[in-house]
Design a protein around this ligand. Structure first.
Ligand SMILES: NC(=O)c1ccc[n+]([C@@H]2O[C@H](COP(=O)([O-])OP(=O)(O)OC[C@H]3O[C@@H](n4cnc5c(N)ncnc54)[C@H](OP(=O)(O)O)[C@@H]3O)[C@@H](O)[C@H]2O)c1
Length: 260
């Protein structure tokens, strides 16, 4: 039997890049998958991409996770159509790119936290209250964090702060929900190959790969494998954990070419 046969799965931000690979993973392993992008256009584009990858059964619906009314509407649809939810993957993220701290409007910080922290919070709360607590088999939550929660990158204060908050939130929510039989964990990626890598010059890709002790960034599939592990019964004794998947970047002080 496929690992996620009979499981209903929701992947937020499942319409492009890593989210698509996560959706495909659950789909290929038997899950009944729901996914959302933030807008009707981006969600429809994702649905078409999934169909062309051979995952036609995925149900897509736009939902801005920072907007509680849209989140409730998404859960209304899942409740009506599937009547249950077993796995939630909080993958949606505002990348908070290109705003140096000295120039950043504080409202931008609120915007990024609104998607990454409040979004993950309210989607998780809906999943727990509307489904997991009512089901004998409960459910499991996986967040996408980032190794930048632990080691910052430049000009990304809002994003790094949001991922640090996600790590703290994962531990706190995991503690509250553990006695109720619900597990909450995170995968913290480093570099992932996405469409943002496609436009990089080859020298920059090579330099980034030299930053990786394993000499290669993660593929979306690498990340999907970790997410699937955390969502499966193979990790049934793990909760409140942040699993780093970053080619060893976090364990090194300096990349090899500048090491002493
Ligand atoms: N890429 C990396 O190198 C890297 C490294 C570390 C951690 N991560 C984390 O891994 C996850 C996937 O990364 P990625 O690079 O594949 O992400 P990405 O390319 O930036 O895609 C972000 C996804 O989130 C969705 N999204 C953004 N705002 C949303 C909102 N308000 N409501 C609902 N959905 C929203 C986007 O949908 P739209 O298309 O509608 O915008 C998109 O599907 C993220 O959590 C990211 O922070 C990525």
């Amino acid at each position: 039997m496929a690992r996620f046969e009979g499981k209903v799965v929701l992947v937020t931000g499942g319409n492009r890049n890593t989210g698509l690979d996560i959706v495909e993973k659950f789909c290929r392993e038997g899950g009944r998958v729901y996914m959302c992008g933030s807008t009707p256009e981006s969600t429809a584009k994702g649905a078409a991409a999934l169909a062309s990858r051979g995952c036609p059964g995925v149900r897509s619906m736009p939902c801005d996770v920072s907007d509680l009314e849209q989140v409730k509407a998404l859960f209304d649809v899942i409740e009506k159509e599937a009547g249950r939810l077993d796995i939630l993957v909080n993958n949606a993220a505002h990348q908070g790119i290109g705003k140096p701290f000295v120039e950043m409007d504080p409202a931008y910080l609120t915007e990024v936290l609104g998607v990454n922290v409040r979004g993950g919070f309210q989607v998780t709360q809906q999943a727990v209250n509307r489904f997991f607590l009512k089901q004998p088999e409960r459910g499991v939550v996986v967040f996408l964090s980032s190794n930048t929660a632990m080691r910052a990158i430049r000009n990304r204060t809002a994003y790094c702060a949001s991922k640090g908050a996600i790590n703290a939130m994962v531990r706190a929510v995991a503690l509250d929900l553990a006695p109720l039989g619900i597990r909450v964990n995170a995968c913290a990626p480093g570099y992932i190959y996405t469409e943002r890598w496609d436009v990089l010059p080859e020298e920059k890709k090579a330099r980034r790969r030299l930053n990786c002790p394993l000499r290669h960034e993660a593929s979306g599939e690498d990340i999907a494998n970790v997410v699937a592990f955390l969502a499966s019964s193979d990790s049934s004794n793990i909760t409140g954990e942040i699993v780093t998947c970053d080619a060893g970047c976090s364990c090194q002080h300096m990349p090899e070419d500048v090491d002493v």
